[in-house]
Design a protein around this ligand. Structure first.
Ligand code: NI
Length: 135
């Protein structure tokens, strides 16, 4: 038997999608509005799912207060109100797409959670566009 606990979170961040090694025409044709040189923001919505077994002693899969604290420290404190291209070292040479942001979040959570938990990260860049990464 396995069970999944979810915690929602939220952050605002700015980004620009482009490649330095491509010219303006190519960047515009591949990335469109997301290539705006002056950046633009998104209200990112995050759903973190933790899967495992219920601890029979506590009745918990995971202490949700502990999960809340880890998400705050690893995701909100790190990404909220940041310019992802400029402020976040991982995106210095990597496009901060919702795909790459979800992988970054998953890796940061993986470092903080016991190995017996499975982790899924669902990241909404807009209400209709989202990605799920499970490692
Ligand atoms: Ni965008």
């Amino acid at each position: 038997m396995s069970i999944t606990v979810y915690r929602k979170s939220h952050f605002n961040a700015a980004h620009r999608l482009y490649r330095k090694d491509w010219d303006d025409t190519k960047n515009q044709s591949v990335f469109g509005k997301c290539n705006n040189p002056n950046f633009h923001g998104h209200n990112y919505e995050l759903e973190v799912g933790i899967t495992g077994e219920i601890n029979p002693e506590t009745g918990f899969l995971i202490d949700i207060e502990k999960l809340k604290k880890i998400i705050k420290e690893e995701v909100e404190d790190y990404l909220d109100h940041k310019n992802l291209n400029i402020d976040i070292p991982e995106f210095k040479n990597l496009n901060p797409t919702m795909e790459n942001i979800s992988v970054l979040i998953w890796n940061k959570l993986r470092n903080r959670l016991e190995e017996y938990y499975q982790i899924s990260v669902k990241l909404y860049e807009t209400p209709r566009n989202f990605v799920v990464y499970t490692g």
